[in-house]
Design a protein. Sequence first.
Length: 300
Amino acid sequence: MSLAECSMSIVLKGSGGSAMQPTRIEGGDMRTLVREGAKRRTSFAFCLDGKNDPLLLIQPGSKPEKLRPLLKKEGGGPPMTWGTFVVRSDEMEMICEQAPAKAVTNLKRFLRANKPKVNVLFRDDGGNLLDSLKPEKSKNDADVTALDDVDTPGIDPKLVKPLLARAKRIKPKIVQAPGPLERKLKRGLSKALSLINAGKLEDAQTLITMIEQAVARIGADREDADSSMKRADRERQTRPLGADLKRAKKLRTSMGQVAGGKREKLDRALRVAARLLKQRDHDKAREVMDRIEAALGAAI
């Protein structure tokens, strides 16, 4: 059986706080994976079973190593990889706390076969890049303008950046829509980006607002259009340095509960974040602190 034809198992946390039994989902259903990662940082564990079929388990709020016995119960065996993943915009970051090269390669092959439609970055628990996977462009997406293709010389960047921020945020939400609506929203987003390229910013804003409202109606987004626009306006302003420094100090305190070499790795990462804050590179500093928080959550 090919990887594309195989299925994966997903363990989700129930509303009552207890874990549901593993559920086998046919291969190709990547939307559940992306949707859970977009909601929160989620634990995962992966290996091949006795028939060399891929077996992927995920569980919000669980320490990833606790999924290992479930893999074995489902017939899985070494090599195994486990850790946490999160989806931001059109990128999925998978922090592999246990990362045998063969297991990571098998996981990449499984994801490639089933097309998650987001960039995937595989990192070790120190934040080092192990591998990556770019989504394949389907024929239906051939006419979709990419965010990177937007070029607006002569237009005030302060007017363009909020629109691009909203487009970037809503893009991964579109893949959660049913097939025909997904294609329609993708074409709409492509047109909005083309309008931005043409300098027709008011028309682009109207179209992006309509897409946000459509996504909100199908339950793929909890924000209404007004909230989205207000948040985009807030994102134009630089976040105060004090908030990030306060977060870094809180992480430093939490690191006191971690012993050994892992604490040294976290300490080095926090020094990197501090240097980035000093350089006023808030976005990269927050990314580093996000990874530190994920590692702390797994270690404490």
